[in-house]
Design a protein around this ligand. Sequence first.
Ligand code: BGC
Length: 254
Amino acid sequence: MNDPVLGIDLGGSSIKAGAVVPATGELFGELESVPTPQPATPAAVEAALAGLASRIPAARGPVGFAFPAVVTQGRARTAANVDRAWIGTDGAALVARATGRAAWFLNDADAAGLAEMRLGAGRGERGTVLMLTFGTGIGSALFVDGRLWPNTELGHLQLPDALGEAELHASARVRAERGLGFEAWAQRVNLVLAEFQRLLWPDVIVVGGGVSERWEEFAPHLRSEARLVPARLRQNAGVVGAALYALESHAAGR
Ligand code: BGC
């Protein structure tokens, strides 16, 4: 089945959606987006998704929705950077109502990681691969021999020396808010990578999120015992991963 599948990715500033060709991860048509409603309550997001999905008529079959929170049994469990009303919300049911299709709901970094493992920088990698997304927060997705361990939430790890949570120290938002240059920011990221290494010993770390578009500028300053590679699907990874997850879950009858 190679009909394009709808993937949706909710971020701090925009909700992106696209019709994803499953075999290649390419988009059929344009990536569409709308500003994330403020506050991004479930009701406001549901209304925004209905409008967004109607702009992508080429997509067929199920829909995948990537969301920046822990997701278990189809429900959001945390709300670090989103409206607290999401906690307990059945995201799949919300998307199904907004789009009129069967829907699947997952963490945004897990979605981006799935896309990179299947079609991008992690393709064919065995062993332990850690995908990190640097954006409003720091998202993480952990894979062992290609299988996902969902909801790892490493962005909330407490750093040593009372430096606080990893994502409050080294997300892309922190870089922007503090006006840090890439070298100064990379030093913060290195501290975070060292903590992740100490605990998980990944063989490969895939560096993603919007900031990965500027990989050449900060990569020379990054240090890690793991092999560091830039995400390939860049800003589309969440959308692509959400679509792949929906298709695979639908096919598996989950
Ligand atoms: C959330 C994660 C999310 C990450 C990136 C964190 O604040 O807790 O669930 O994956 O941000 O959006």
